[in-house]
Design a binder for this molecule. Structure first.
Ligand code: NAP
Length: 542
């Protein structure tokens, strides 16, 4: 256990880990295994990261529970029993607390501590990290486990400060919960968080107004208590399943696209596959055919299938029409997975307001005014998303060689080598950083891959007495080009998505995650390591 330093004192560590979410916890566990002195600094008051903050009603994972869990400990996997096919936030948070206790992680996690700055001291070859409370930490390695969706997109609506009732952001939900019984509620936004929370809010509220700027595609989860036979089958083939995940397209078993092309099979066959995958629930439908994400004609077929489903469920044809996305390809904004989302618009107490038709004008003391009407409400829920992938890092004053800040280095959008290091920032690592598969995958699988890779790297550096590692500018340039090229072969750039930073005004428009696939990316990272960390500069101790 590392003692907490008082203000003005310096703690000396091998590694600082920023964030006690899924990645920070596992990183700590692995570094302890190397005998390194590591400590996690966490802004929240407990572990869990995204699952600590996102407590809105209806929050649940949309990868199947047994797939969205750590794989590093078989014992852990066998002793933890998930109750639902898609676990809800409280259960996932219980699981992460269990992991923290089981591996005795808490003594090396400092809660309620936000990191303000991290500066690389070139002479010492070490990082000087400062907390907002004034504590200084001196460490050889600085590891950002800060998450991809951890900084809420702050509401910035005209007149919002005049609103008399309570407002909530889905990404910072009150721990004690919110009772909407009998209340009139405005929900602004229709991304995953809104799509999960609206059906729950509508069960309590007297009236829900849903303010939609862009409709999203959503697939039913078909959530249910976990089928015992399915859970047993998963465990019986655990090693094989975990290997399949690791080498898959997006880190879960049904993410590998089928080999057939939607445009090359007959209408009946195509429909049969779409129906089967839709009935299966979740993301599987997005991998129905190999060409959905790359060929506009194939994409139009799945888009029309999804539109039909919306029309089947939503009784009012005008509402169904408004809920149907029209101006971007299917799946190029993060697909949502829902429980009763489209159905909720058949309720008398739910009204959809299309902000493309009547833009949001102002928030008044008593409600939300569009150019068409004013809606009186008692509470407002902002489900407006996050400053994704770069948000958390941009809020820390990170300085590498020559005092260059990370924000300067990323002024034109994030640049990295393999999504894990940035040229000019030695011994600084970004777990699931921009330029890695991260948000396009099952996050736990990608987190474990990065952490394991980093563990091996730090072991290697220890073994050979190396002081620093740094991405070379050339390898970074080549990787950034590769990441862009991979995205440009798909339809993803055609959507104004948070993958491109399009949801944050002024953010450079760059496709941030790597779309080459989890398995291919892992193979590449392993090859880089096997070749003496090709593309990185390693320096011995002076
Ligand atoms: P999001 O997908 O970015 O959705 C934000 C919504 O707010 C969008 O509909 C957006 O409209 C709207 N919006 C933003 N600013 C607005 C404004 N000024 N006026 C009107 N509308 C505005 O955010 P999210 O729903 O929180 O989800 C973010 C990501 O978190 C997801 O894509 C997913 O990766 C992750 N997530 C995962 C889960 C899960 O795994 N279960 C659950 C929730 C979230 P536009 O589309 O027009 O910008």
């Amino acid at each position: 256990m590392t003692a907490v330093a008082a203000k003005g004192e310096t703690t000396s560590l091998d590694a600082v880990i920023i964030g006690a979410g899924i990645s920070g916890m596992y990183m700590l566990h692995r570094l302890r295994g190397l005998g390194l002195k590591a400590r996690v600094y966490e802004a929240g008051s407990d572990v869990g990261g995204t699952w600590f903050w996102n407590r809105y009603p209806g929050a649940r994972v949309d990868i199947e529970s047994q797939e969205y869990s750590y794989s590093f400990s078989e014992e852990l996997e066998r002793e933890w029993k998930w109750s639902e096919r898609y676990a809800a936030q409280p259960e996932i948070l219980r699981y992460l607390n269990h992991v923290a206790d089981r591996f005795d992680l808490r003594p090396d996690i400092q809660f309620d501590t936000r990191i303000a700055s991290a500066h690389f001291d070139e002479a010492a070859g070490r990082w000087t990290v400062r907390t907002e409370a004034g504590e200084t930490i001196d460490a050889k390695f600085c590891i950002a486990a800060t998450g991809c969706l951890s900084v809420p997109n702050e509401p910035n609506f005209k007149g919002q400060e005049t609103f008399k009732g309570p407002t909530y952001h889905t990404g910072r939900w009150p721990h004690e919960g919110v009772d909407f019984t009998g209340k009139r509620v405005a929900v602004i936004g229709t991304g995953s968080s809104a799509i999960q929370s609206i059906p729950q809010i509508a069960k309590q509220a007297s009236q829900v107004y849903v303010f939609q700027r862009t409709p999203n595609y959503s697939v039913p989860a078909h959530n249910a208590p976990i089928d015992t036979a399915v859970a047993q089958a998963w465990l019986a083939n655990r090693d094989e399943n975990r290997q399949l995940q690791k080498m898959s397209t997006a880190g879960f078993l049904f993410s590998n696209p089928r080999e057939e092309m939607a445009t090359q099979v007959g209408d009946n066959e195509r429909r049969k596959v779409f129906e089967e995958r839709w009935a299966q629930g979740g993301f599987a439908v997005g991998a129905s055919f190999a060409d959905l994400a790359v060929d506009p004609a194939a994409n139009a077929m799945i888009a029309e299938f999804a539109a039909e489903k919306i029309r089947e469920i939503v009784k009012d044809p005008k509402v169904a029409e408004k809920l149907t996305p029209k101006d971007y390809p299917f799946g190029t904004k993060r697909l949502c997975v829902d429980t009763g989302y489209y159905e909720v618009f058949n309720r008398d107490n739910v009204q959809l307001i299309d902000l493309k038709e009547t833009p949001l004008d102002t928030i008044t003391p008593t409600g939300v005014k569009t150019t068409g009407a004013e809606f009186e409400v008692d509470a407002i829920v902002f489900a407006i998303g996050f400053d994704a992938m770069t948000g958390a890092l941009s809020k820390i004053d990170i300085q590498g060689r020559g005092g260059q800040t990370l924000n300067q280095a990323w002024a034109e959008g994030p640049k990295s080598y393999l999504g894990i290091m940035v040229a000019g920032f030695p011994n600084f690592f970004t777990i699931t950083g921009p330029g890695s598969p991260s948000v396009l995958s099952n996050m736990i699988v990608s987190i474990e891959q990065h952490v394991d890779w980093l563990h091996d790297l730090l072991a290697f550096m220890g073994q050979y007495g190396l002081a620093t590692i740094e991405a070379s500018p050339e390898s970074q340039t080549a990787w950034v080009e590769h990441v862009n090229e991979a995205a440009s072969k798909t339809l993803y750039p055609y959507a104004n998505s948070w993958y491109l930073g399009a949801n944050v005004p002024g953010k450079p428009r760059v496709f941030m995650p790597y779309i080459g696939g989890v398995g291919a990316y892992r193979t590449l990272c392993d090859a880089v390591a096997a070749n003496g960390y090709m593309g990185f500069k390693l320096r011995p101790a002076a």
